[in-house]
Design a protein around this ligand. Structure first.
Ligand code: GLC
Length: 479
């Protein structure tokens, strides 16, 4: 039986802020479903204060020990619970994880270094050594670095094969040199391994140490080898190109299911789409917009950050709203300039625009289920899950051809009367191209027969985890 341990800073439904949490919440169970008795799948995450009592009350204490992190001697409790055939471990230390947010604390480097060191200690305390340790993003980089450095003299650690998945190369864990010995507990002999462009860089060292480096779409695996996308790491990735692979994420088809989702008002399927329009009129009345199923609704659900392509949206939104009988609904938080942009559009066009500056999963599902067109023009997008969720709920995606958007959404065209593609896409990061595709989507939407056919095609595109889980299994087996 192959033993695989996932390490990550956030995991749905316990504590999550974004796509990483979605993936770590659904991929391990999908691999278990695929591998059955051939695989033993476990996941380890910090016991963040965001983990509710509902989950805490189901946990069992499995170990208590001390963790040495450089000169610090720290408490560590390990709790566990089983769910969907997967064992979840939670690293308990209130000093580090009883915080208001998962990230953004001044001592994040130390908090997650502790987490990784606690994982190392947990393995020997539980006498559980996985065949594969699969770490995700900079927060868990040290968990693939330690077995090849501080623990390399112990063959139980040395023999662990490691996979490091980059969900977003923008966040690399870069620090000054003092962190190496003072926090990571590593001597200067590791300086060269840990250094990149004059500072300590966790992603760089994880790329060096891991047996396989993966990213969350095939296209992004290519893109990050070029300076345009690499945030400085292309030399490193090109040196290790042989380790690099890209596997497209999926989404949880049970959690995201318009056929029985309790978060939405009316259920629907690709063959019975009418329910979608009941969701729309319900949302229109909830948001105080004119209630009319014949007004097309355009949605954006996104972190309001520049790399999500919001400057393109800023260029086109005003004219698009002025010149068309449409409704624009935006959900998300982020940079002040974008929050202000959408709030001021709402002020100018109270009958057309809603700026919902918040995160709310259930509300997001009501919007996906209601929206006719879903706009996601990212500048870069490692995978992107929103375009898949939108597709599942029958909203026509308008996306830029980058990263996972490129791999998941193909532009609309017709061949012998057949509709091809599953959305509207554009290549260049140029707002007239976005505008052009938004008009194309709108034009198609007004043609009811074509609309129904395209929505059916979109809803039936397979974004489940199944094929990706098979690819991960193959990767583990190759190791
Ligand atoms: C990050 C990426 C996003 C990806 C997600 C899950 O949030 O920005 O594109 O879908 O990780 O892998």
């Amino acid at each position: 039986m192959k033993k695989i341990l996932f390490a990550g800073s956030e995991v749905m439904p316990f504590a999550a802020t974004g796509g990483l949490g979605d993936v770590l919440g659904s991929l391990p169970a999908a691999i278990k479903a695929e591998g059955g008795d051939d695989v033993d799948i476990r996941v380890v995450m910090p016991l963040h204060s965001a983990v509710t009592d509902y989950w805490r009350s189901q946990m069992e204490d499995v170990a208590v020990f001390n963790v040495q992190l450089a000169w610090r001697n720290l408490y560590c409790g390990v709790k566990k619970l089983e769910r969907n055939g997967v064992t979840y471990y939670f690293i308990d230390n209130e000093y580090y994880f009883k915080r208001d947010s998962l990230y953004g604390n001044y001592d994040d480097a130390e908090r997650y270094a502790y987490f990784c060191m606690a994982i190392m200690r947990m393995l020997s305390e539980l006498n559980y050594f996985p065949d594969v340790l699969h770490a995700n993003d900079w927060q868990t980089a040290l968990s693939v670095i330690y077995p090849k450095t501080l623990f390399v003299y112990d063959e139980r650690y040395r023999n662990i094969k490691t996979v490091f998945t980059i969900h977003n190369i923008e966040y690399q864990g870069q620090y000054g040199f003092e962190i190496l010995s003072d926090v990571f507990g590593m001597g200067s002999e590791y300086g060269q391994l840990m250094e990149y462009n004059g500072c300590i860089n966790l992603i760089k060292a994880a790329v060096e140490c891991a047996n396989v480096v993966s990213t969350v779409s095939p296209r992004y695996a290519q893109e990050i080898r070029s300076p345009e996308f690499s945030h400085g790491l292309h030399h490193e990735l090109n040196n290790h190109a042989g380790k690099l692979c890209g596997i497209l994420n999926g989404i949880d088809y049970e959690y995201y299911n318009p056929e029985n989702d309790v978060a939405i008002v009316s259920h629907f399927t690709s063959n019975k789409q009418e329910g979608k329009y009941d969701n729309k009129t319900a949302l229109q009345s909830e948001l105080g917009l004119p209630v009319d199923k014949n007004i097309p609704m355009v949605a954006i659900i996104s972190r309001l950050a520049t790399h999500k392509g919001l400057d393109l949206v800023a260029d086109v939104a005003y004219n698009f709203v002025v010149n068309n009988n449409v409704q624009l609904v935006v959900l998300g938080k982020g940079e002040a300039k974008y929050e202000e942009l959408f709030l001021s559009l709402q002020e100018y066009f109270p009958d057309k625009v809603r700026a919902l500056i918040q995160y709310d999963r259930d509300l997001s599902k009501r919007i996906y289920a209601s929206a006719d067109i879903f706009v996601m023009p990212s500048k870069s997008e490692p995978c992107g899950l929103s375009q898949m969720i939108a597709s599942r709920y029958g909203a026509i995606p308008v996306t830029r051809e980058t990263g996972g958007l490129y791999d998941s959404i193909k532009g609309y065209w017709e061949q012998d009367g057949e509709i091809m593609g599953n959305g509207f896409t554009f290549a260049n990061y140029y707002s007239p191209e976005l505008e052009d595709r938004m008009y194309a989507a709108l034009g198609l939407w007004y043609n009811e027969e074509k609309r129904q056919k395209l929505i059916k095609k979109i809803m039936e595109t397979d974004f489940s985890w199944k094929s990706s889980a098979v690819q991960y299994m193959e990767m583990y087996n190759r190791l």
